[in-house]
Design a protein around this ligand. Structure first.
Ligand SMILES: *Cc1c(COP(=O)(O)O)cnc(C)c1O
Length: 401
């Protein structure tokens, strides 16, 4: 008998298979011990510097600035990009809520843009329709015709390890003088037309929360080619200190620093990143191969112009009427000790965002009804994956091939 657990619970009970848990098997102990032995445990230190350098080198940007979380990184990036109170920012409707919250922390307003049906990312065509039909150029600024507010930035979220189709968004941003802030928190290592995500817009953010491809327990990073913006990001994340001796501050800053201990874990995790990505790709390929023939089930896809890292392997299951929908599968798996999870409530439907505008968000609603993420920890064993595959195939009435 395996232990069943509530869907969504972060349990790691004996015999159960969690959705996605970290792997700590490299130099983490050694590097953390070095921090403890030398006393460099707090917000400056050699590992913070190294982690920033490693990330900039990996993503391909000139600069990287560590932060305490991905959400703090997003908040900082919005401020650095010049987003002001009462501005508006185009945000993906189908995403974890953090980027919308960061927009509100800056005093600005999100406008939610629908997902496209094939890869579930921000729909560039709809984003452009919104800019062209719902906004107007007035005295050197783009204004939302409904709210009268200035549109200042686009915040595409590369969800689930797959990039957004960036070229049309970047062209529109150039045309309307908008900043592009990438939320790359779920897609470290993914590529768009050969270029790493995080190096496509003006500034980008990563997260090292426990469920991301690499983790520091909690943490984030801001990356950019813009030196002035990088300096400003460092300044804002360290309490905007202008004179560290006399404690003079010209602005209100934040305590958004990552500690040296967390950065030490991050440096060790970076050494494993290629292995983790290889594991995610292996897991995704096996699922896709085994699910290919199941009626009503759509495996996760990769666009021809994309190299996804398949961060969170997700399927669509569309047979609610026959009792075979995504939520029914979730409960069926939970009874067998297998954790699965739907995608996020689309943000335009979130009670927290009832006062925000949204644009044609019908695809996001459908995806929310039919999507389910399956176990895909980098340490998932072949036996564990076979159990998940068998359970999904049994549920769909096909059995093992
Ligand atoms: C994880 C995540 C973040 C930020 O996460 P933190 O937990 O603050 O590090 C932001 N956006 C998306 C889409 C995420 O999945």
């Amino acid at each position: 008998m395996t232990t069943s657990f509530e869907p969504g619970a972060p349990a790691r009970a004996a015999g159960s298979i969690p959705l996605s848990v970290p792997e700590i098997r490299g130099n983490e102990w050694e590097y953390v011990k070095e921090c403890l032995d030398t006393g460099w445990v707090s917000s400056v230190g050699a590992f913070v510097d190294r982690f920033e350098q490693d990330m900039a080198a990996y993503v391909g940007t000139k600069h990287a600035v560590a932060a305490v979380s991905g959400t703090a990184a997003l908040h900082t990036a919005l401020l650095v990009a010049g987003v002001l109170p009462d501005d508006e920012v185009l945000v993906s409707a189908l995403t974890f809520i953090a980027p919308a919250n960061a927009v509100r922390y800056a005093g600005a307003w999100p406008v939610f843009i629908d997902a496209e049906a094939d890869h579930w990312q921000m729909d560039a065509k709809k984003a452009i329709s919104f800019l062209e039909e719902e906004c107007e150029w007035r005295q050197g600024e783009l204004r939302n015709k409904t709210t009268g507010r200035r549109i200042k930035a686009i915040l595409p979220v590369h969800i689930l390890g797959h990039p957004v189709d960036m070229e049309p968004l970047l062209a529109a941003a150039r045309k309307y003088e908008l900043a592009v802030i990438e939320d790359a928190t779920e897609s470290l290592g993914a590529k768009y037309k050969g270029r790493r995500v995080g190096h496509l817009g003006d500034i980008a953010c990563f997260s090292y929360n426990g469920n991301k491809i690499i983790t520091t327990g909690g943490g984030g990073m801001i990356v950019t080619d813009n030196e002035a913006w990088a300096r400003k990001a460092k300044y804002l994340t360290t309490q905007a200190k202008d004179d560290p001796i006399e404690y003079v501050h010209h602005e209100i800053g934040y305590n958004y620093r990552l500690t040296n201990v967390q950065a030490a874990i991050g440096c060790a995790q970076m050494e494993q990143l290629d292995n983790y990505i290889a594991a995610k790709l292996r897991i995704a390929a096996a699922y896709t191969e085994q699910f290919r023939d199941l009626p009503g089930l759509t495996p996760m896809r990769e666009a021809p112009w994309a190299e996804s890292i398949f961060w969170l392997y997700t399927i669509l299951l569309d047979n609610e009427a026959q009792g075979k929908g995504s939520r029914q599968l979730m409960h069926y798996l939970a009874e067998r000790g297998i954790q699965a999870r739907p995608l996020w409530q689309p943000l335009h439907q979130s009670p927290a965002y009832q006062s925000s505008q949204s644009f044609q968000c019908t695809v996001a609603e459908r995806l929310n009804r039919v999507a389910l993420s399956l176990p895909c920890s980098t340490g998932l064993t072949t036996d564990e994956q076979a159990r998940v595959i068998k359970a999904v195939r049994d549920f769909c009435g096909q059995g093992l091939r």
